[in-house]
Design a protein around this ligand. Structure first.
Ligand SMILES: Cc1cc2nc3c(=O)[nH]c(=O)nc-3n(C[C@H](O)[C@H](O)[C@H](O)COP(=O)(O)O)c2cc1C
Length: 355
């Protein structure tokens, strides 16, 4: 079996965490992995941002951070090394290649975002702008496939016109990528509009050898099988379903959202994730938005206060406080009682969070 065939197999028959800016950072990915996600995509990171960043390993948590201008551009952990896909925004093959070379030692695949409809992406010639410029899109994939020793994939949306979609996917497949994710909405469709799964059948028939990953409107585990049956796609990816409750990946059923939110907080503390990022994600996830506790959560200014609001004070005092490093807390955070600690084993991170 060739390496390329083996790579393709990783993308078949899976249930994956979709790329999500801000939300799909390290704690969410580790939690998704713990609950059964087969692969986890990181949030889109623009190639220029990762180029020139410094790789810093935190000896307390084992977290690997790519830091630039004092900010964590991308963080990962050895315990997700076999499953994390780095998603890149790019408009130029040379910069994409430099970025991929910089990050390849710590990730398991590289994905090109060709579906983002945001103005920032389009104006920079990235995201959905690449779908309007197939030669450029394919030149980026081509250079990555030829020069990076990892599986290369990409994520697109559909066009209104099926022939146009099929023409694009044929060109993309010819670059030799290992899988293709199709978000079953057009560039102009809003997230609340129903994803058009029926558009995928033709893509699956057109490219029988390439794993096609369905994305759009997977909100519970039962949707995975339904999507497979209706479209013929063997793999499925969820974004908002996981953002609302990361335990969507559990084959034995979702946990109550509050339990998943509490578990998420622990993963964030154990990886010393940026407080601002953790709070943002937690607020989206918190199920009881009318409650007094939710107002308290919205006002917290440090991990100590966050853990108190989540009923995790004991966890924070016994374990968490010692793990939070200075880049993670906001500069305005009230001082905490940090203590020195032993470095923790990478496999231990997952073990400790068993639910
Ligand atoms: C908060 C958020 C951030 C997102 N960021 C990205 C991103 O970085 N890259 C990307 O390709 N898609 C991004 N998306 C789109 C999702 O990956 C996905 O295509 C879309 O939400 C449809 O899937 P869903 O119906 O399961 O939510 C984002 C979506 C959300 C809700």
């Amino acid at each position: 079996m060739t390496m390329r065939t083996q790579w393709r197999d990783r993308y078949r028959d899976g249930f994956f965490l979709a790329p999500m800016v801000r939300v799909g950072t390290l704690p969410m990915r580790l939690q998704a992995q713990q609950y059964g996600a087969d692969l986890m995509w990181g949030p889109e990171i623009v190639d220029k941002s990762i180029v020139g960043s410094e790789r810093v390993v935190d000896d307390k948590t084992g977290v690997i951070a790519y830091v630039k201008g004092g900010k964590d551009i991308f963080t990962t952990h050895p315990s997700e090394r076999q499953k994390v896909i780095f998603q890149m925004g790019s408009a130029a093959p040379e910069t994409a290649l430099t970025a991929a070379k910089h990050i390849e030692q710590d990730v398991s695949g590289i994905d090109l975002n060709c579906g983002c409809p945001k103005r920032f992406s389009i104006q920079g010639g990235m995201g959905a702008a690449l779908m309007a410029d197939p030669p450029r899109l394919c030149s980026i994939l081509d250079v990555l496939v030829k020069n990076i020793d990892l599986p290369i994939t990409c994520k697109i949306r559909v066009f209104d016109n099926i022939e146009k979609t099929l023409d694009l996917v044929r060109q993309i497949a010819a670059t030799g990528i290992s899988a293709l994710t199709v978000h079953c909405r057009t560039k102009n469709m809003r997230p609340h509009e129903k994803a058009m799964w029926n558009r995928l059948n033709d893509v699956v028939s057109e490219l029988p050898d390439l794993p096609i990953i369905l994305n759009g409107d997977i909100f519970e585990y039962a949707d995975v099988q339904r999507a497979r049956e209706e479209t013929g796609a063997t793999s499925v990816m969820t974004a908002r379903g996981a953002a609302a409750n990361p335990s969507i990946f559990r084959s034995e059923g979702m946990l109550p959202a509050m339990d998943a939110a509490r578990e998420y907080t622990k993963f964030a503390v154990r990886t010393s994730n940026s407080f601002v990022n953790t709070k943002y994600t937690l607020v989206q996830m918190y199920p009881e938005t009318k409650s007094e506790q939710f107002s308290v959560l919205r006002s917290v200014r440090s991990y100590k206060e966050m853990c108190e609001a989540m009923g995790l004070s004991e966890f924070y005092e016994s374990e968490g406080a010692a793990l939070i490093h200075s880049r993670a807390e906001p500069s305005s955070a009230p001082s905490s009682n940090k203590r020195p600690t032993q470095p923790i084993d990478s496999a231990d991170l997952l073990k400790r969070a068993k639910v």
